[in-house]
Design a protein around this ligand. Sequence first.
Ligand SMILES: [Zn+2]
Length: 147
Amino acid sequence: MTTPSRSAVPDWFDASETRLLGKACTRCRSVFFPPTIDRCRNPRCGGDVLETHPLSTRGRIWSWTRNHYKPPAPYVSGDPFEPYTVLAVELEEDGLVVLGQLSPDSPPANVGDMVSLRTEKLLEDEDGVQLVWRWTLDNSETVEVAS
Ligand SMILES: [Zn+2]
């Protein structure tokens, strides 16, 4: 029997596709993350119809920090707590900067490095495995788009 798995934050992350889920305004096409908004934040638009918008799975590290303290609940951390790296990643296609953890299995990464999204286990409880997104160093070639 396999253990069922699901996204720990299903409105933000599609674990089966390894995609962060943003919102896009149907009027001006502005993209937002996290998808916790109900109207467009573009001050020149005023649109109020938003649709789910799967975000880029690659990006460039814009900044990072290392967290050495255990955040309070509802954050889930291991016991004993292990420090982790939080990245601000500028998405390759969407131009947004989103936050996420660097995978503990990733090689070290720094500002300017390319990273890609991956699905990892957060925890396992009586209902199965909860999955989250994390970033990992991506050394593959950047695809250049001809202009
Ligand atoms: Zn808009």
